[in-house]
Design a protein around this ligand. Structure first.
Ligand code: ATP
Length: 265
């Protein structure tokens, strides 16, 4: 498979009142077409900065980002971001209109918009909630609706910044397996940020581990485990321990972020 995303020697610096912060330092990696890459790292290591740079929202200080042969200079419809926050939907539009509106902006005709909205709502099991408004949905349902809208736009690259971070463990588990199922169906390239080692292994073809201050790549590890993946298996646990060892565990723990041991969630 060809490289879909190629990052070459990327540096991003922020100027702050207490001095400059090197959010990303000399980041180079590639993501193959149709690959699912998860990014794991302690708080502040530059994960969001990296994904925002790929989305075109953050200008690098040095280096470049290529999508195929095109260099990223700005956001584009080939890249869609999904965030952690539940309020990504237009609150004044129904769930279905949130999707049809996005498709309209993308130039789709009325009939196709209706057909696609119904199709993607069914994909995320929200077929009975197309007429509901976002405030009538649970957090997990809103997140499913946001994912349905993103998938309906059929982006070449889906950039997900801790999309399940605010969900309870059970909803999170459901959405993890739904996302893998949808990804296998639509074949988008996905870059997915998480704090959770188990989630990184459950989802990714590869896991990229970052370290902080400055944000660098520590390692990129293949997940050679057949899907669906079960956290209780010895191969899963062995990889969990490898990744745990790669993380800066002290800072990671201080953060209080969920970092569930396999089989304990
Ligand atoms: N707009 C900004 N202005 C100044 N500093 C920033 C800005 N955005 C990020 N930073 C700093 O850059 C570093 C990386 O931040 P970033 O949000 O990318 O990390 P992260 O790994 O996504 O963190 P978290 O896991 O907590 O979301 C941090 O030190 C942060 O304070």
């Amino acid at each position: 498979m060809a490289d879909k995303v190629l990052i070459e020697n990327l540096f991003v610096k922020f100027e702050g009142e207490q001095g400059n912060i090197q959010a990303l330092e000399d980041i180079s990696f590639s993501v193959k077409e149709g690959e699912f890459l998860t990014i794991l790292g302690p708080s502040g290591c530059g994960k969001s900065t990296l994904i925002r740079s790929i989305a075109g929202f953050q200008k690098p200080e040095k280096g470049r980002i290529l999508l195929g042969k095109r260099q990223v200079h700005e956001p584009g419809p080939d890249r869609i971001m999904v965030f952690q926050e539940f309020d990504q939907l237009f609150p004044w539009k129904t769930v279905k209109s949130n999707i049809t509106y996005a498709l309209k902006v993308n130039g789709k005709g009325k009939e196709e918009r209706e057909r696609m909205a119904a199709h993607y709502l069914e994909m995320v099991n929200l077929q009975d909630f197309g007429g509901a408004f976002p405030h009538q949905l649970s957090g997990g349902m809103k997140q499913r609706a946001a994912i349905a809208r993103s998938l309906a736009l059929n982006p070449e690259i889906l950039l997900m910044d801790e999309p399940f971070g605010s969900l309870d463990a059970q909803t999170r588990a459901v959405l993890q397996s739904e996302l893998v199922r949808l990804w296998q169906k639509v074949g988008s390239t996905i870059i997915f940020i998480t704090h959770n080692i188990q989630e990184a292994i459950l989802l990714g073809d590869r896991v990229m581990v970052m370290s902080s201050a400055p944000g660098r790549i520590k390692d990129i590890v293949d997940v050679n485990i057949a899907r669906p993946r079960l956290p209780e298996t010895p191969e899963f646990m062995a990889l969990w321990h490898t990744l745990y060892g790669l993380l800066e565990t002290k800072r990671f723990g201080e953060n209080g972020k969920n970092n569930t041991m396999p089989g304990k969630d």
